[in-house]
Design a protein around this ligand. Structure first.
Ligand code: NAD
Ligand code: ZN
Length: 347
């Protein structure tokens, strides 16, 4: 094994990323070393690429970025017993402390001291990554490699979409980004009646229809009240999944919920966001924040849904060799895209 490898690095204190040779990661006693096969580019990676305020504050210059990946284990630490060389795996991107109250109670996704792979610790856009054994998800070998590489954002979609009962319910999803589109597929699979998806990008609305939206709304030209009429809805949406991070999308959602409606918030607003709290109070709404995935119930459900016929593959719009990462980031900057997957190795 050579002592250096390829990696996408935040090489300078400014926009962009560079493909560099970096030292090969060392596999600690409780870690596994994974040869990376495919990676997905996340919106977070785009923030790091653009080097916006959030990225500048949170990401150290010199970091190997990326957290969505699938690969094969090539080495196991001395204390690792659950995995073996050759296993096909992904990694949960949140490395938790293991000792706080939530971690001890098995609510690892609620750890307050969580570290992000490719955000605060060495990432996956590389030939190899070392990951704690507690973060490894063993894949059903028969699933599609590209789909395996995006289990992380698929998990954001699944965790949000499954946090309320949607069987027979009317669901509104604001934001037809990759996560909103996957959420549309999931709530359809889980038995929702109307699955209405809004966005301001017609290309993405088309993608949402491909994934299973029963109606789409261009928020620039149509109001949700009209859509409700068009669909013969009378009382508002039962479940709202906010997946745009856009304050006006959230306000539009609030005014179109039914009494007792339930909202899950995944989209990250750019800053503080004012809303009409009367909507929440008098409609008796539940509003719940969602971060990450459940460890590892969401991972289990994702696998089970794919095994029972859910198809999220159409959300992947680009599959490129890792060297062409610039094209991948350009597609995401431009916006007419779903998930962008980079190939590091076959296997
Ligand atoms: P994305 O940026 O690709 O998608 C957001 C979509 O919202 C875009 O297609 C955009 O056109 C659309 N939009 C903008 N204004 C709108 C409006 N007024 N009405 C309807 N849609 C509008 O992001 P993504 O990768 O699909 O992720 C979705 C959101 O979830 C983002 O805000 C992201 O930062 C956030 N996120 C949160 C977590 C978490 O753990 N909470 C994890 C991953 C992503
Ligand atoms: Zn913890």
């Amino acid at each position: 094994m050579s002592t250096t490898m390829r990696a996408l690095v935040k090489a300078v204190d400014g926009p962009g990323l560079e493909m560099r040779q970096v030292p090969h990661p060392v596999c600690g006693p409780t870690e596994v070393l994974i040869k990376v096969l495919r990676t997905g580019i996340c919106g977070t990676d785009l923030h790091i690429w653009r080097w916006d305020d959030w990225a500048r504050k949170n990401v150290p210059v010199g970091l190997v970025v990326g957290h969505e990946f699938v690969g094969r284990i090539t080495q196991i630490g001395a204390s690792v017993v659950d995995f073996k060389i050759g296993d096909l795996v992904s990694g949960e991107g949140h490395v938790v402390c293991g000792h706080c109250r939530n971690c001890m109670a098995g609510r690892r996704q609620m750890c307050a001291k969580t570290q992000g792979i490719g955000v605060n610790r060495t990432g996956a856009f590389a030939d190899y990554i070392a990951v704690p054994q507690t973060n490894v998800w063993y894949h059903d070998q028969t699933l599609d490699r590209d789909v395996q590489s995006i289990f992380d954002p698929f998990g954001n979609a699944a965790h949000t979409a499954l946090c309320y009962d949607v069987l027979g319910e009317d669901v509104l999803i604001t934001g037809a980004g990759p996560i909103g589109c996957m959420a549309a597929a999931i709530v359809r699979h889980a038995g929702a009646r109307h699955v209405v998806v809004s966005d301001i990008n017609p290309w993405r609305l088309e993608l949402a229809r491909k994934l299973g939206a029963t109606a789409t709304v261009d928020a620039r030209s149509e109001r949700l009240a009209e859509v409700q009429k068009r669909l013969g809805m009378h009382e508002g949406f039962d479940v709202g999944l906010e997946m745009s991070g856009n304050p006006s999308a959230f306000r539009e959602m609030l005014s179109n919920m039914c009494h007792g409606g339930k909202i899950a918030m995944l989209g990250i607003p750019p800053g503080e966001m004012a809303i009409d709290w009367n909507q929440v109070i008098f409609k008796m709404l539940t509003v719940k924040g969602i971060y990450g995935r459940e460890m590892y119930e969401t991972w289990y459900k994702m696998t089970a849904m794919l095994q029972s016929g859910l198809d999220i593959k159409p959300v992947i719009s680009h599959v490129l060799p890792a060297e062409r990462f610039r094209e991948g980031f350009a597609a995401m900057e431009q916006g007419d895209c779903g998930k962008v997957v980079l190939i590091w190795a076959e296997g």
